[in-house]
Design a protein around this ligand. Sequence first.
Ligand code: SF4
Ligand code: SF4
Length: 163
Amino acid sequence: MNQRPLSLIERLYVREVAQGLALTARHFFANMACHIARAVGLRVGKGQTVTYQYPEERRPFAGRLHTRHRLTRRQDGTPRCVACMMCETVCPARCIHIVAQEHPDPNIEKVPKVFDIDLGVCVFCGFCVEACPEDAIRMDTGIVELAAYTREGMVYRMDQLLG
Ligand code: SF4
Ligand code: SF4
């Protein structure tokens, strides 16, 4: 790909830094003006500027937000998952890895022996949840902080997903 060489002015990034500072300052003073207006009784009932004191205070999530996955359990505590591989097949990021084994209950064909999701690769599309015929996987934990120090740390195993 042909890229235009940057000029000296562009390589100094002075204009870009100034633009960033101006944007931050604009939001700062606009928010401060709104807070003062509300404090003196103006802007009542109008849109408010809100600051959440994260992480102590968290913004409420929409009910349909896709957050960290979990595997659901049957009443006896065993995974609902029947290792049908539907989620692994539909996953566009190819980040689900399942190894099936026979279930001790003859009425249930299979159960996962391994069920890993690499959340470092997952795009949080929710296709796995939609494809599951057993309601065995959900993305409703409300957990969005998923950082890890290593790539391996982003791979969630079955015991972590079962909670
Ligand atoms: S949310 Fe999407 S990308 Fe992530 S595991 Fe499910 S199907 Fe794959
Ligand atoms: S689609 Fe549901 S039942 Fe099938 S392997 Fe995935 S989680 Fe298990």
